[in-house]
Design a protein around this ligand. Structure first.
Ligand code: NDP
Ligand code: MG
Length: 399
């Protein structure tokens, strides 16, 4: 029996994780759940899964959850703040930690789990982009086990020679090919992209996901972040990492070996598949998802991504090749730009425009190898991005 801690429990990945865990009560006990402020959502999950601990970042939300748990006679200790999340992620009794907070906010909790030598199931890709070298070095030093949840990186993990290990360059691998659906705007005429709304951007054709990653999928920044994530997890240079658009989202990625063999993992576009794989690894458990009906699918399509349509992919490739301060700056600027877009303060083409401006300004800056340096660069890039958003907003209003 293993204890499971779910960071970001109220999110899409968090809920899918609990769905899988609940199918295996003989193997997993839900020990702790965390969220930012969604009191009702976390309370409902506490009633269903009976964790020993629950944490909300916001104190007022935590106070309210404490009352709700007491009134419902739940034996759950409710804590508040980021430090409490970090403590739970490193709890001596925690066996597996699902890292599923969205964005850079997940860095400290993920680092905490890594430094405690946990088995960390990592969905939260942004910390790998902003602080990949630090996370991998700390993981090696503290004997943590990282298992990727992102469907592409999990697919690659499954196709690597066994036993696969993140942080080591796999033997005999020539190239990793990440598949991408192309998102909701794969075929939208370029001239119409100017006017797309947040509602259109978050409507993904194949996957149900949180808002931020849904916008990232529309711009293909998600695939750009995933290229950097792959370089960090599998230690391959930019010229050994490729992206191909595969609109059916049935093949989740491909490993090409030096002998020309290509191994791929297939499955339904349902995150419970990679989640169950990671929870069970090296065993296999039921996920609640069946296989694909290949005959019904009929055929698979592939096409090269067009960087004019998806400038965010070009920017991420550039950041990957240049390294230094750029991946962290790209990630921070993207988070600020996507939030502004979701709040109607920035139009859709403004997202890559803001990121490019921040990357240009970041070019001469120090990368910041330790945690303080990484956080300082992240904070600087957020300020620069906010200024760029305000500037673009002004010029749009005057246009
Ligand atoms: P959601 O937006 O659905 O959920 C985010 C979770 O993080 C919620 O529990 C939220 O709490 C919590 N959270 C948000 N901000 C903070 C904060 N500042 N401090 C602490 N907790 C916070 O995201 P997803 O589940 O879609 O994605 C989670 C991560 O997994 C992302 O990094 C994403 O890129 C990655 N991922 C997601 C996939 C998917 O299919 N959804 C696929 C592959 C990767 P609250 O509800 O209280 O706001
Ligand atoms: Mg993915």
């Amino acid at each position: 029996m293993q204890n499971l801690v779910v960071l970001g429990a109220t999110g899409t990945i968090g809920r899918n994780t609990l769905d899988v865990a609940a199918r295996h009560p003989d193997k997993l006990r839900v020990q702790g759940l965390t969220a930012q402020r969604d009191v009702e959502g976390l309370f409902e999950l506490c009633r269903l899964h009976r964790p020993r601990y629950a944490v909300l970042v916001e104190p007022a939300a935590a106070a309210r959850l404490r009352d709700l748990c007491r009134d419902a006679a739940l034996d759950c200790e409710v804590m508040e703040g980021v430090a409490a999340i970090c403590e739970l992620a490193a709890h001596p009794e925690a066996g597996q930690v699902m890292s599923a907070i969205v964005g850079a906010a997940g860095l400290l909790p993920t680092l905490s789990a890594v430094r405690a030598g946990k088995r960390v199931l990592i969905a939260n890709k942004e910390p790998l982009v902003m602080a990949g070298a630090l996370l991998m070095a700390e993981s090696a030093r503290h004997g943590a086990t990282l298992i990727p949840i992102d469907s592409e990186h999990n697919a690659i993990f499954q196709c690597l020679p066994s036993p696969a290990r993140c942080g080591e360059r796999p033997k005999g691998v020539h190239r990793l090919i990440l598949t991408a659906s192309g998102g909701p705007f794969r075929e939208t005429p370029l001239a119409q992209l100017e006017a797309v709304t947040p509602q259109q951007a978050v409507r993904h054709p194949n996957w149900v996901m949180g808002q931020k990653i849904s916008v990232d999928s529309a711009t293909m920044m998600n695939k750009g972040l995933e290229l950097i994530e792959a370089a960090v997890l599998y230690r391959l240079p930019a010229d050994r990492l490729d992206v191909v658009i595969h609109p059916e989202s049935a093949i989740h990625s491909v490993v090409e070996y030096v002998d020309g063999s290509m191994l791929a993992q297939l499955g339904q576009p349902d995150m419970r598949v990679p989640i169950a794989h990671a929870l069970a690894w090296p065993e296999r458990w039921e996920s609640g998802v069946g296989g694909l009906d290949l005959a019904a699918l009929g055929r698979f399509r592939f096409e090269a991504p067009d960087e004019r349509r998806f400038p965010c992919l070009r920017l991420a490739r550039f950041a990957l090749r240049q390294g230094g301060a750029l991946p962290n700056a790209l990630n921070a600027a993207n988070e600020v730009a996507v939030e502004a877009f979701l709040q109607h303060r920035l139009n859709y083409p403004g997202i890559p425009a803001v990121i490019e401006e921040v990357m240009d300004a970041a070019a001469g800056r120090q990368a910041g190898d330790d945690l303080d340096g990484i956080l300082a660069l992240d904070a600087w890039a957020r300020e620069a991005a906010a200024a760029a958003v305000a500037e673009l907003g002004r010029s749009l209003r005057h246009a």
